[in-house]
Ligand binder design. Sequence first.
Ligand SMILES: [Zn+2]
Length: 270
Amino acid sequence: MRHIPRKADDSVNVSKTHPLVEASTLVAGLGLIFLTIMIVLIFVVEIVLYFVPEKTEVELFETWLPEDIVTVSYDDPRLVELESLLWRLSRHWPETDYEFRVEINDSSEMNALAFPGGLIVVTSGLLEKVESENELAFVIGHELGHFRNRDHIRGLGRGLAIGILFTAISNNEGGAQLGATVADLTLRGFSRRQERSADEFGLWIVQQEYGHVAEAWRLFERLEAEYGGTSEIVALLGTHPSPDDRSQSLIEIASENGWPVSGEVTEIGW
Ligand SMILES: [Zn+2]
C-alpha cells in the first residue's frame, strides 16, 4: 500500500476566535482574578487588624507620622491650644486605651483625619476657618468617634492590602510599607453610617464638655455658605459628608437627644 503524504494542517494551532477577542477575554479574566484576590485580601487584613487591641496599635504607631504632612513648631499657639482641647475632650472617654496626639498639617486644604495609634491631624486650612472653640471641639470629637469605632483601622486594612498587592505585582519593596499617607487615607473615605456614628459621638463629647452643643456645626454652615458646590472643599468632601447634609443631621442628633443648642460659646485662643 502506498503511503500518500498529506500536507499538515497549518491551522491546528490557530484559534478560530479573533485574536482581539481572545486578548480581551484574557485581560478581563486576569482583571477578575486580580479583583477577587484584592477583595479577599482587604477583607482578611481588615478582620485581622480589627482584633489588634488598642494598646498594641498605640505601641506600634507611638511616634509614627504620615509621610506627607508638614508639621508646625511644637510651640505654635494653635498646636498648644489643640493639644489642651484634645486632652480635655478625651477625659470624657476614660475607658479608651488610646493616648491621643494631635498634629497640624500646614496645608491650605481643609481637613481633619484620624490615623492609627491615636493621632489626629488637622490642617492649617481648616483651622483658619474655625471661629470658636466649640466648632473645633466638634471637629476633634468627630475624629475621636472614628477611633471609638476603629474606622481608621479598617481604612488602614484597605491601604495595607493595596500595598501588598502592589508589591506582588511590581516587586517594589516600598509598596507594602506599614502605614498610610494623607493622600491615600483621603482616598479611603468612610461610609455614611461610619460618619454619622462619629458625628453622634463627637456631639456627645461636645455636650459633655460644655453642657450644650451650641456652634458645634456652625463651621459647616459657614463652609456651605462660602464654598457650597465648589471644589475648594474637595479634600473635606472626599472624607466627610457635605457640610449642608452634615448640619442637618447634627441638628437632628441634638434634638433626638434633647441637647441644648444654645449656651455660652468659648472663644478661640490664638
Ligand atoms: Zn469622619
